[in-house]
Design a protein around this ligand. Structure first.
Ligand SMILES: *Cc1c(COP(=O)(O)O)cnc(C)c1O
Length: 414
């Protein structure tokens, strides 16, 4: 299908109980820009359009001021200092810069890197790139809940290890790794610790000192900020982390990332962080309540529904369910007024079951029956109930149609 044909089908309609259709419940793929963030950004497209690197006039100064305010707001949210924040085009670039930048800078110290099989492709593909250039990479497994065992980390270190990269929260199954414990192990061994915290920042407390993190990736559009802007936290003392840049040029961002700064985007990311600092505890509680309601409603109504990943160590807004006997793609096609993902958005084009679910030891058939629900700031209770209904109905009707499921599990007569 051509993109324009898909686009013409997008229109907002009135749904039941005052909700708008289609319902957006795919907040791990991206989030809408918070209106307060947009307001913060707009002047930097118009009157305040200056280049933040222009030293000789007020246009430049107000741009620079916006950038420095944003740096402070981001730093505050993660317990860092403003000088430790480097602006990038998003978390993909931050991950690439952290991993390739450390690898190149510390090549004389060692050539071994450790990461985890369930990481985002931005991390895994950066590691694979390094393997082609003479580095060795250990990909640690996870248990059936999707969690990394710190003992496996200990066992993977060798005298060539320069970097460990472990994500804070997984983008498919929302599970939270034992980051503080792992960070401590790295510190003891003198190994640098990078964490892709794209899904965690703004949703749960993140503190680079408490968690002994040396490099941390952030993305604007996963936390109600704009797309195409992100940040990398780079520790400046104990230890002072150095990076080889991926992009050379005017020497912006301490020479770690050249290129004219995206001032409106950066101002937006900063505002998104300031809002998160304020609302996070209450919002997390509210969102977790909606997530639990969604899970309980669906699981009360349907049999053979399984939660993928740890229920306990999980992002508040994430739910990932497998519906035995139902193909996830077909399920989503049957629910065209709710935006959800089957598996990871990044692997949607492929028919392969998600590599994350496979890593948990979930059989292909169940992995292929999985749906990711991502609940966010702008979802309301009425949408939760609507989505629970639509998903349950769709699963029921697909199961009725499926001879395989019917033979495996006769319909209940009671
Ligand atoms: C979305 C995401 C990324 C990529 O972020 P972009 O800003 O879109 O490049 C990286 N890691 C994780 C865990 C993500 O969820």
């Amino acid at each position: 299908m051509k993109v324009e044909e898909k686009g013409t089908r997008f229109e907002v309609r009135e749904g039941p109980h005052g909700i708008k259709l289609p319902v957006y419940m795919d907040n791990h793929a991206t989030t809408p820009v918070d209106p307060r963030v947009l307001d913060e950004m707009l002047p930097y497209f118009t009157e305040r359009f200056g280049n933040a690197a222009s030293r000789h006039h007020a246009f430049g100064w107000v741009g620079e001021q916006a950038v420095e305010i944003a740096r402070e707001r981001i730093a505050k949210l993660i317990g860092a200092a403003a000088e430790e924040i480097i602006f990038t085009s998003g978390a993909t670039e931050s991950d690439n810069l952290a991993i390739k930048g450390v690898a190149e800078m510390y090549r004389a110290k060692g050539n071994h890197i450790i990461t985890v099989v369930t990481e985002h492709k931005a991390v895994l593909d950066s590691a694979k790139h390094l393997e082609k250039h003479g580095y060795r990479v250990t990909y640690l497994p996870v248990n059936k809940d999707g969690l990394l065992d710190p003992d496996d980390v200990k066992g993977a270190f060798n005298d060539q290890t320069i970097l460990l990269s472990v994500m804070r929260a997984n983008n498919e199954i929302g599970v939270l790794q034992p980051i503080a414990e792992i960070g401590k192990l790295c510190r003891e061994r003198g190994v640098l610790f990078h964490s892709d915290a794209t899904q965690a920042v703004g949703k749960m407390p993140v503190d680079v000192n408490r968690e002994s993190i040396d490099l941390l990736s952030i993305s604007g559009h996963k936390m109600y900020g704009p797309k195409g802007v992100g940040a990398l936290y780079v520790r400046r003392e104990n230890p002072r982390v150095q990076l080889s840049p991926l992009i050379d040029g005017g020497g912006h961002e301490h020479g770690m990332r050249s290129g004219t700064l995206n001032v409106p985007g950066i101002a937006g990311l900063g505002k998104a962080c300031a809002i998160a600092s304020e609302v996070m505890p209450q919002e997390a509680c509210h969102i977790a309540g909606m997530r639990n309601r969604l899970k309980d409603t669906i699981m009360r109504r349907l049999e053979e529904v399984y939660v993928n990943g740890s229920v306990e160590h999980r992002l508040p807004g994430n739910l990932n369910l497998s519906f035995a006997g139902v193909d996830g793609e077909s399920l989503l096609m049957g629910i065209n007024d709710v935006a959800l993902s089957s598996g990871s958005a990044c692997t949607l084009a492929r028919v392969e079951p998600s590599y994350v679910l496979k890593a948990l030891g979930i059989p292909d058939e169940l992995a292929q029956s999985s749906i990711r629900f991502g609940i966010g700031r702008f979802n309301i209770e009425a949408e939760i109930d609507y989505v629970a209904d639509r998903v349950s109905e769709a699963v029921e009707s697909l199961r009725e149609l499926s001879p395989l499921h019917a033979t495996a599990k006769p319909p209940r007569t009671s």
